[in-house]
Design a protein around this ligand. Sequence first.
Ligand SMILES: Cc1ncc(COP(=O)(O)O)c(C=O)c1O
Length: 389
Amino acid sequence: MPLFEKADRLKELPPYLFKEIDRKKKEVMARGVDMIDLGVGDPDIPTPQHIVQAMKQAVDDPRNHGYPSYSGMEAFRETVARWYNRRFGVDLEPLTEVISLIGSKEGIAHFPLAFINPGDIALIPTPAYPVYRNATLFAGGAPYFMPLVRENHFLPDLDAVPEDVADRAKVMVINYPNNPTSAVADLEFFKRVVSFAGKHHIIVCHDAAYTEMAFDGFRPPSFLEVEGAKECGLEFHSLSKTYNMTGWRLGFAVGNAQGIAGLGAIKSNIDSGVFQAVQVAGIEALEGNQACVSEMIEIYEARRDLMVHGLEEAGLETITPRATFYLWVQVPQGYSSTSFAERLLEEAGVVVTPGNGFGEPGEGYFRIALTKDKERLLEAIARLKAMKF
Ligand SMILES: Cc1ncc(COP(=O)(O)O)c(C=O)c1O
């Protein structure tokens, strides 16, 4: 086979830190171990039936079989605008301030191509969803990492960004409720972000994929609720977690019209929009009966309580999350993120994600995704308790 040299942009990507754990996972699985995988953030609950039914009907309709509009059906964008108004009290102009996405990941990954030139700085949190960094690199940009540490409630310390870096930065990414730390942000923080972005002429991208997955009655705010936010930023949203639709690939970006137009210009040269039947299902999801969202919250809240309690009994220190289906747990003394995750896998058959895989300040933590039912979580706890560390 001839060797095809990969493009520099692929070679530039940092090493994949989950390689060793993936290899171990296969090895443990091959031994026939009953593995409990709490590694991936993919809901185990099916998409609600009324959404599935809407999709089925829409698939039968030939009007949905052609190329969709690049930016999304007007009916979908109007639905998103109404949802934003109901949920956050934010007004959006459907045709210029809303765009459909093939999952929020797609929009987040394409956005830097619209605004980052080679050498431009993007302020990126760390630990974080790796797409922010990698998409910046693909666009030739230079990520400047903002550490998320416990002492600062896993919020970036904006005052710690050097003045010359802030002045040269073009884009800043934030994500609350946060993956992987499960931290939440309040409007005070978003206000500081808006004022920082205004001062340094930065476009803010807020990844809001988890705003609907929050507990104890907490309703995470939208970044766009802050006065002036629309002048400097966009919010990326997803139906994946709220409606258990990860496989359907539907999300949207809203906010600053120039940002939306730039993203749209890139997308129209790469993809041809979201299958209309999926958008029709999305309209049903956002506009239909929302009891499924409360049920989803109840399920994860119960799993969270069970797991936090179980981890404490096993002697592990964790923070009780107010949102997301992740637990960000400190590794016991004497271990690194990787060595502890490997031991859990080897001895307990439990898969977790080592925190350093999300960025260097994630060292000393591991992430648990609450994506298995209570019975399996109890089994995981029992195995953890049987270990000595
Ligand atoms: C923080 C965060 N943003 C975005 C996404 C992408 O979600 P989707 O592309 O399914 O909308 C994920 C998925 O896990 C995520 O954790």
